[in-house]
Design a protein around this ligand. Structure first.
Ligand code: DGL
Length: 244
């Protein structure tokens, strides 16, 4: 079965990687919309416009299901977007929230993009949990080379200091880019449980094994993109640049 996976950039690869790990025998088509990155500071109208173009492309590639490997799209425009298509679109944030409920966590920090935090989706759907919401607007630009990495330490401290102060041990990486900073996050916070939405999605999904294949598209290629993709996936892959 052909499976679409998409995000604004390389973040969704943290999801694809987990999907491949738990469901290797599938035909994956990944799309990273680097031309329109970041998604996390866009309005709902802008998001719907750019995400629809990506989904249109994936549908044209004959995918039978789409995993939204983007917290921002899942939290902000899921209803509007999924309502436009006949094939199922899987919401990574709702899947994560269901898992947190199962775990019975009391105190939780959620790191996410401004757009996701503005929806208050974790707070609203986890009524019995104390949720500290942290908007991390600069993490994605740092990860995608749009902001110099020398500012990384500064932003880690700025965004995480309240979590440290309140000794919160359970932290949702509510944007799929953030597992790429997990080491730095743990270095600063000490031993915390970081919830990787890709792992949660992959382990809570059943897929009948089929043919194995991988196609990777990005709407804009930048210096070092290919190396980052290979590094995240742990293998050498070919990137196709495609405007949608
Ligand atoms: N990786 C995305 C998310 O999960 C989008 C980040 C962005 O482009 O701002 O929210």
């Amino acid at each position: 079965m052909r499976i679409g996976v998409f995000d604004s950039g390389i973040g969704g690869l943290t999801v694809l990687k987990e999907m491949i790990k738990y469901h290797p025998d599938q035909e994956y088509i990944y799309f990273g919309d680097t031309k329109n990155l970041p998604y996390g500071t866009k309005s709902k109208e802008e998001l719907l416009e750019v995400a629809s173009k990506v989904v249109d492309f994936l549908v044209s590639q004959d995918v039978k299901i789409i995993f939204i490997a983007c917290g921002t799209v899942s939290s902000s425009i899921y209803k509007e977007l999924s309502g436009k298509y006949r094939i199922p679109l899987v919401n990574i944030v709702d899947t994560t929230i269901a898992e947190i409920k199962r775990k019975g966590v009391n105190n939780l920090a959620v790191l996410a993009t401004p757009a996701t935090i503005n929806t208050h989706i974790f707070k609203d759907k986890l009524k019995d949990v104390n949720v500290l919401e942290v908007s991390c607007s600069q993490f994605v630009p740092i990860i995608e080379n749009k902001v110099e990495s020398k500012f990384k330490k500064l932003y880690i401290e700025q965004y995480l200091k309240q979590i440290k102060k309140e000794c919160i041990r359970d932290v949702v990486l509510g944007c799929t880019h953030y597992p790429l900073l997990e080491k730095e996050i743990k270095n600063y916070l000490g031993e915390v449980n970081c919830y990787n939405m890709g792992t949660i999605l992959a382990t809570s999904t059943y897929l009948k094994p089929g043919k194995r294949n991988l196609e990777i598209y990005f709407s804009h290629s930048y210096d070092g993109l290919s190396n980052k993709v290979n590094e995240i996936l742990g293998s050498k892959v070919t990137i196709i640049e495609k405007q949608v």
